[in-house]
Design a protein around this ligand. Sequence first.
Ligand code: AMP
Ligand code: GLY
Length: 425
Amino acid sequence: MNVLLLGSGGREHALAWKLAQSPQMGQFYALPGNPGIAEHADIIEGIPLSAHDMLVTWCKDHGIAFVVVGPEAPLVAGLVDRLAQAGITAFGPTAAAARLEGSKLFTKELCKANGIPTAAYAGFTDAASAIAYVEAEGAPIVVKADGLMAGKGVVVALTVEEAVTAVEQVFAGGGTEVLIEEFMEGEEASLFALVDGETVLAFGSAQDHKRAFDGDLGPNTGGMGAYSPAPVLTPELEERAMREIIAPTAKAMVAAGTPYRGVLYAGLMLTKAGPKLVEYNCRFGDPECQVLMPRFSGDLLEVLHATATGRLAGVTPRWSADSAITVVYASKGYPGPHPNGSEIKGIANASGDGVLVFQAGTKRMGNALVSNGGRVLAVTATGADLAAARDRAYAAIGRIGWPDGFYRTDIGWRALGVKPPCPKA
Ligand code: AMP
Ligand code: GLY
């Protein structure tokens, strides 16, 4: 089957690497792709991901049977609906189903209506009522702007003053709605589930590191590293999260006439009272996908296509017993302003023997590979346990020559039981 993969990050490089291994793969294309993805797929240029009509025409002209959508924006914008109208199957939810990520309020209401464990909340459309509520509830308390904010719309306020300021900022910044949530205490873990409507299938777990610097310090980022599986999410807790959170969500979406098809990425808080939902994403995580794919040992194309076409019942994903860890190599300055265009050497030297270097913000300049973004590489290693994977990943990153990059030296510290910073291999 001819396949088009949409996206250009490390997540999509990991998907491309795995999809390309499928015996069912025909012509494999990627848009807009990156130099890493180009090793597995033909790169298509000149069509913006937002140009849905152009994309549909291109797919028809090239006999595309299946489109795999990596990032959330095209999903929320209804690309999968548009492809479906044209008779093209795609992996990813419709716009109505992608509201599970696109609207925090939609998800909170769905949880409330279906008894799905999550933080208690109240929604407000004006600052005064929100502030009165915050003052009545006290701190710690969580303030969230609605909509797709890439994690930036959330303030975990330790004092009432901080919460009040956060509320004022949402409305001053043009926001029209704010959510105030109960503060949940516990360790966070990510659970991935494939959902084809009614059928749900656990598809791996991970934990990430959102802060820029060692010791979980510094600004929030898209993620500086991750590992899989997440040891805190024991098989019992995972089963409970599937039963109490994922399955009722899928059921509610079907009942609402907007069935969810795709990967449902649940950010969980493992509280004393059990797993509770922090948020949903309607796509794979980045860099979480980079640690899921090396552990998945089945046919990814077959599983994603089965998900998209409602044939997930009876599918049993196969996983390697190995652990995987990925260390993000980012441009100095990320997540703030940073230079682009500096040469990266030694990727081939770092790769192999359980190491995969997934590319995110890179581009070719002549014969050179140069940086072209904040998160540039995801250096991924597998090993018999997390410590072995960690040592391999750090040994590999040491073989990459890129003076303009930085990385955290303590990825995996929670699961490894070491206080950061852990020793650099
Ligand atoms: P979100 O964008 O909803 O995932 O929130 C970003 C981060 O804020 C989460 O990963 C948590 O670390 C934290 N967070 C969000 N909601 C809560 C909550 N109700 N209680 C505690 N922490 C939260
Ligand atoms: N690494 C977090 C995310 O993909 O949302």
